[in-house]
Write a protein that binds this ligand. Structure first.
Ligand SMILES: [Zn+2]
Length: 152
């Protein structure tokens, strides 16, 4: 997960391989100070390397100036349920690549994504991304889809 920083191109993001840790503390986060998704380049300041999906997060911030929080989760049931019901990336695009960043930017230009603020990565198994004006909104959005699924 990540939060937009205070200056341009700054992102506070969870580090690589932190997905399985139940409770995160500050040592699990790093500050990205610059990135360029076209060149597949990320510069960060911190003791842990940034998530391999930094460029994907960066693309969302770049395409949506009003978005300040992004959460990426893995959930098989939700992934299957939401695929093609919400904006979905093309199957042949791998996660963490400049191609994925470009694909996200393309999807962000669709009105539907601006409204729904959730997308499925069809080529990244179980991968879902939600975003919002802040992290709480992104988290609540994911939870509302999760509860919908549980009650259906
Ligand atoms: Zn992932």
């Amino acid at each position: 997960m990540s939060q937009r920083g205070k200056i341009d191109k700054e992102i506070i993001i969870s580090g690589t391989n932190t997905g399985g840790i139940p409770v995160l503390n500050e040592s699990h986060y790093t500050t990205v100070i610059d990135y360029d998704w076209r060149e597949n380049r990320v510069t960060c300041r911190g003791t842990i390397a940034a998530s391999s999906e930094t460029l994907t997060h960066g693309a969302i911030y770049e395409a949506n100036p009003q978005i300040n929080g992004v959460i990426h989760i893995h959930h098989r049931q939700l992934w299957q349920n939401l695929m093609y019901r919400v904006p979905t990336t093309q199957e042949n695009i791998a996660y963490g690549t400049p191609e994925m960043a470009a694909e996200i930017i393309r999807l962000c230009q669709e009105d539907r994504l601006e409204e729904q603020q959730i997308l499925v990565m069809s080529g990244h198994e179980e991968g879902i991304i939600a975003f919002g004006q802040d992290l709480a909104k992104a988290g609540n959005l994911l939870l509302s889809y999760y509860w919908q699924l549980q009650s259906s």
